[in-house]
Design a protein around this ligand. Sequence first.
Ligand code: FES
Length: 103
Amino acid sequence: DNPTPTRLCGTDDVEPGSALLVEIDDLELAVYNVDGQFYVTDDRCTHGPGSLSEGYLDGCVIECDFHNGAFDIRTGEVVAPPCMVPIKTYEVVVENNDVMALL
Ligand code: FES
């Protein structure tokens, strides 16, 4: 199965340096804007009930506001405990002001 690009939001819907929660199908995704570069991860922290779109974005690192674990949104890698399991990331395609992800 080749994943097809699915539109998540418009580029103007996410301020630079912030994140937006997008619910699509049965997925809850966080869409991040880092100086005009967009990234998408699962929204639900792998450590617990934290919602990463509610966290603090510092460059390409999202800090969960629940227990301050953190992930690199480019790779999903854990960069701060107590998180141990990487966050799932999605490939992003931006076209005509639409932010799409390969789901
Ligand atoms: Fe995110 Fe614990 S729920 S760090």
